[in-house]
Design a protein around this ligand. Structure first.
Ligand SMILES: Cc1cc2nc3c(=O)[nH]c(=O)nc-3n(C[C@H](O)[C@H](O)[C@H](O)COP(=O)(O)O)c2cc1C
Length: 331
């Protein structure tokens, strides 16, 4: 199969953003069950980390039937990135994404992430090398600007240069980043969102795919932008409101019946957990009913089971989820 034709990759209306500490492999399993038609990004992995891995299956950890996952890489060396892409090839990711959006000082120190926005030629070389290592789409996640390099023309120049190297998909966080003076968290809230800048870029490059990211918090808001973009990417709200992703993937704001999904996810936990991992696997369920009546009741119940570290309580949670589904009219 020509992977660039993958149905999920081309037609997903919503994607879950790469987020360190959140979009780990357990979260991706839960999300896949809840919203099969969404695209899910891994948290960023440095090219060097991929290359040095002893037991690659542990970190990638993807069940090969887990479709719709995009691997995000961090790096700035065409050779190392190409090697990391080649190593990832057997894991059948839908696409490989290069991080050009992260402003953290640690990432900057390695000349990775957002600072690469000012080095379009280098990014183009990276994309070219990555493309040679796979047939899968190579995509770029970026900001609308970085520091003083924030004019419309700067973004046009970046996109044009990188597009000529073979990237046809740009995920754009609709705010600029400041490389000095703001923490990564501040860089996700202080610079103003400018969705119209992304819209203008899309109009400027009608043949390029643009995904809108940044500050999308509700079904209505996402649907509004889906009138102009083929896909929106949701970050912080994804682990907080898991149903939002499922609803956007389905194009309906009706409540989702979660008990069958949780049943499968709990079976996955039972198959894969030990006492160290139980907490990490279950924590992703906290936001399953967020936004629905009695959501706090569910959150407390999940927290209690996590605290007790008691696998046998999963059946009680499952029973509760059946009651939650009924009370919100999902059945
Ligand atoms: C905890 C956390 C970790 C993140 N890690 C990454 C990352 O590894 N790679 C990346 O490109 N962006 C990362 N981001 C940025 C998100 O992908 C996204 O672009 C940003 O949060 C804006 O989207 P939102 O407003 O929907 O949250 C992270 C964001 C958060 C909150």
């Amino acid at each position: 199969m020509d992977v660039s034709e993958s149905i999920i990759y081309r037609h997903a209306r919503v994607s879950v953003a790469p987020m360190m500490g959140y979009t780990d492999r357990h979260f991706r399993v839960l999300m896949r069950l809840l919203a099969p038609r969404s695209l899910i990004y891994t948290q960023m992995m440095k090219d060097e980390a991929v290359i040095r891995l002893q037991d690659r299956s542990v970190l990638f950890g993807e069940d090969r039937s887990l479709k719709g996952v995009v691997l995000q890489l961090g790096g700035a060396s065409p050779e190392r990135l190409a090697l990391a892409v080649a190593i990832a090839e057997p894991y059948e990711y839908e696409a490989i994404n290069l991080n050009v959006g992260c402003p953290s000082s640690k990432v900057q120190l390695a000349n990775m992430g957002a600072c690469l926005f000012k080095q379009p030629k280098r990014v183009a070389q990276c994309v070219e090398a990555m493309r040679r290592a796979t047939n899968r789409p190579i995509t770029v996640k970026m900001r609308i600007g970085v520091d003083e390099c924030d004019r419309f023309e700067d973004a046009v120049h970046f996109i044009q240069t990188v597009h000529e190297a073979g990237c046809n998909d740009f995920i754009v966080h609709a705010r600029k980043a400041w490389l000095k003076g703001l923490s990564p968290a501040q860089n996700r809230s202080i610079p103003k969102l400018d969705y119209h800048r992304v819209l203008a870029l899309k109009s400027h490059f009608p043949k390029i795919n643009f995904v809108l990211n940044g500050g999308i918090v509700s079904y209505e808001q996402a649907m509004l932008w889906l009138g102009s973009f083929n896909q929106v990417m949701i970050g912080r709200q994804a682990p907080r409101q898991l149903q939002l992703i499922a609803q956007l993937a389905l194009g309906s704001s009706e409540p989702i019946e979660c008990q069958p999904v949780l049943k499968k996810y709990f079976e996955y936990i039972e198959r894969n957990t030990d006492s160290n991992r139980f907490h990490h696997m279950l924590k992703h369920c906290v936001g399953v009913y967020q936004g629905q009546p009695n959501a706090s009741f569910w959150r407390k119940a999940v927290s209690n089971v996590m605290q007790n570290n008691n696998l046998s309580c999963l059946q009680d949670l499952l029973h509760l989820s059946g009651q939650m589904d009924q009370s919100i009219g999902a059945i």
